[in-house]
Design a protein around this ligand. Structure first.
Ligand SMILES: [Zn+2]
Length: 290
């Protein structure tokens, strides 16, 4: 499942390729035909992400540059995938929910606001298998976002809200980090890794985690997730802790390392299922407090 870093990165890629341009939208699979008809012939003016939710703002070609009146809202879920490309798009295949294609040469009527647009040349974006794909009004976007907790990647993400929601709960901190109304964008990898880096036992009740520890978790997530946007993958280990391992093999402290020695203390990494997802931790580095 893509975590918030990849959704944020995707928003940037879509802005780069489609920003400022009029697009033709279609749903070769048919399931999104009505939504595609609403968007077709309008201009991509904004892209945004909140947690694992992606938003692409559209406006009529002649409208003021940055004001979207329709938003495409996508949640990729387990199987969703965007494929981006340039030149003539390929023959549609599979369950292609949505195809966006820039209209040729439309970059010329950019209006100048979107300097980050791709310039001339055909660009396309194909969306397959999303959990959610719909067209929302600006108010509809507000409603979706109101259900989400703060996102460490957003400038408007408020850590005080995160701290307050964790401390209001007797659920485990490991479960709460994955609840999107507590904290938006964190998935299984960041959850396991940030708890390890904080030396926090995953089964600590939310209300028992001190505020300064939660603030430190938030700050750590901000740094790790920003790096994850740039890299397009999640790396949480310090180079000195990788034991000479490269790439994916050396990227994590505990995630998917059950039974392997902890990179810091050598104790075998533990695993358990929590709310249907696998949890990983070091029983020694993350011993229960007290
Ligand atoms: Zn350890």
């Amino acid at each position: 499942v893509p975590e918030g870093n990849l959704v944020r990165r995707l928003a940037g890629d879509l802005r780069r390729d489609l920003g400022g341009r009029v697009v033709e939208a279609s749903s070769p699979q048919g399931r999104f035909a009505a939504g595609a008809a609403l968007l077709s012939g309008t201009r991509v003016v904004r892209t945004d992400a909140h947690g694992k939710h992606l938003f692409v703002g559209f406006a009529p070609p002649g409208a003021p540059a940055r004001r979207a009146d329709h938003w495409l809202h996508v949640h990729l879920g387990l199987y969703g995938k965007f494929t981006l490309g340039s030149g003539e798009p390929p023959e549609p295949w599979g369950a292609l929910r949505l195809r966006l294609v820039t209209d040729d040469g439309a970059a010329a009527d950019d209006g100048g606001e979107d300097g980050d647009g791709a310039g001339a040349g055909l660009r396309w974006a194909d969306l397959r298998g999303p959990t959610a794909c719909d067209v929302l009004t600006p108010h509809g976007v507000d409603l979706v976002r109101a259900r989400l907790g703060p996102d460490p990647l957003r400038r408007d993400g408020d850590p005080a809200v995160f701290v307050q929601r964790v401390q209001a709960s007797r659920a485990t901190v490991a479960a709460l980090l994955m609840h999107q109304d507590v904290l938006a964008g964190v998935g299984n990898i960041y959850r396991a890794e940030v708890l390890f880096r904080a030396r926090l036992h995953p089964y600590t009740a939310g209300r028992d985690v001190p505020a300064p520890v939660l603030m430190a978790v938030w700050e750590d997530l901000r740094v790790l997730m920003r790096a994850g946007v740039r890299a397009g993958r999640i790396v949480t280990t310090a180079p000195a802790d990788r034991g000479g391992q490269r790439g994916r093999e050396g990227a994590h402290y505990v995630y998917r390392r059950a039974g392997l020695p902890c990179r810091v203390c050598g104790t075998p990494v533990a695993t358990a299922e929590l709310e249907g997802r696998n949890l990983f931790w070091c029983p020694r580095c993350q011993a229960p407090a007290g």
